[in-house]
Design a protein around this ligand. Structure first.
Ligand SMILES: Nc1ncnc2c1ncn2[C@@H]1O[C@H](COP(=O)(O)OP(=O)(O)O)[C@@H](O)[C@H]1O
Ligand code: SF4
Ligand SMILES: [Mg+2]
Length: 363
């Protein structure tokens, strides 16, 4: 009997973002206000050529200051808004511009504010039932059992079924939002600052939940944060975003011990517990992030970079491999001077007064 030739299973990244850009053409009073401030045009470049891969079963952290484009990328990945150009590949296949129900189901999002993402008028049981039936996840007779399984998976009990979102604490609501995302059995979760709105004491329990879900369900997770400290013990890899571009990617331990972009060094230095005696103690980063209406020419980080040279104001550095530790992923950086950063840092004089400013501008 002749069997049909089968394609070998796809072993590449579950998600690949290829050269994504997102531009907003602003019109009306907002544009006029911007013009008075001396901005050059009304085109805001929220994403300016993003390339990134999410691997099967990993937690990849996406970190960068507020306004760097993290949420914009998240919305494009879940199909909430269209990209201006570029492509998103899911398991090696380009996602269509308009996704069908099945394609939408596979990539789910968890938002920063669980309360606004849950309908206050619908009970937890009704919310889960609606999703399970709409997507035909289980037969009608199994909906209740499946709902309880989902609640247990996120650390909640069956009695939550009859309750409404307002009856839960912030951490519990985020658990509900995660259960809702998991109800449709996605293989990718995009979590956009899911712990930023929670009390510090609750944050750790939600981070633990993400780690457990990764292990138990084999989920691939893009975990967005504006603070590197949050992801240090959670993610396997970290991608650092600056003004609409990825400027550094590496395994988490490698990124923390051997950062190869001055912006990453500043982010690490902004973690309070790491400032005293850290390798980046002398690092200086001044000024507010530049405007996405007017991205600096050359390296987009050059106006704030203490190591900027003449070439940095002309050449726009691509994200390239700058090294790789045995057994680890390639370490990529978009800095022309990535190889010389240690030497350059040593040559600088520590300036604690400015280091304080650095911490205050990284939010
Ligand atoms: N709908 C929109 N219209 C105009 N500008 C937007 C819109 N959404 C986001 N932006 C702008 O895009 C940039 C990136 O925003 P965002 O993706 O929310 O950043 P982050 O999540 O990293 O804080 C910001 O300058 C923001 O003001
Ligand atoms: S390319 Fe130049 S300006 Fe950009 S981060 Fe590297 S040293 Fe700084
Ligand atoms: Mg955001």
């Amino acid at each position: 009997m002749t069997g049909r030739a089968q394609n070998p299973p796809f072993t590449g990244p579950v998600l690949r973002v290829a050269d994504i850009t997102k531009r907003y053409h602003l019109q009306g009073p907002l544009t006029a206000k911007i013009s008075r401030k001396g901005e050059k045009n009304n085109i805001l470049r929220a994403l300016d050529g993003v390339n990134i891969e999410l691997r099967r079963g990993e937690i990849l952290a996406l970190v960068g200051e507020s306004g760097s484009g993290k949420s914009t990328l998240a919305k494009i990945l879940v199909g909430g808004i269209p990209a201006t150009s570029g492509a998103v590949h899911y398991h090696g296949v380009q996602m269509p511009k308009r996704r069908g129900r099945e394609a939408s189901r596979r990539i789910q999002m968890v938002f920063q504010d669980p309360y606004s993402s849950l309908n206050p008028r619908i009970s937890v049981g009704a919310m889960l039932r609606e999703l399970l039936l709409l997507h035909r996840i289980v037969p009608r007779g199994e909906v209740r059992a499946e709902s309880i399984r989902l609640l247990n998976l996120v650390g909640l009990e069956a009695d939550a079924l009859d309750a409404f979102p307002s009856q839960f604490s912030g951490g519990q609501r985020q658990r509900l939002a995660i259960a809702r995302a998991l109800a449709v059995r996605p293989d990718i979760l995009i979590a956009d600052e899911p712990v930023s709105a929670l009390d510090v004491s609750v944050q750790a329990t939600i981070l633990d939940l993400f780690a457990r879900l990764q292990l138990e369900l084999g989920l691939s997770i893009l975990f967005i944060a504006h603070n590197l400290a949050v992801v240090q013990h959670l993610s396997q890899r970290v991608a650092v975003m600056y003004l609409g571009r990825i400027v550094e990617v590496a395994d988490t331990a490698e990124l923390f011990s051997n950062p190869r972009h001055p912006y990453t060094r500043a982010l690490i230095d902004s973690i309070p517990r790491m400032t005293a005696g850290s390798v980046n103690e002398a690092f200086v980063l001044e000024g507010e992030p530049p405007s996405p209406f007017n991205i600096p020419s050359g390296c987009r980080f050059n106006p704030r970079c203490p190591f900027a040279g003449d070439a940095c104001r002309i050449e726009d550095p691509a994200l390239v491999v700058v090294g790789s530790v045995t057994g680890a992923s390639p370490h990529e950086s978009a800095c022309l001077r990535a190889a010389d950063l240690d030497e350059l840092s040593l040559a600088r004089t520590p300036n604690p007064a400015v280091a304080g400013t650095v911490r205050s501008v990284i939010k």
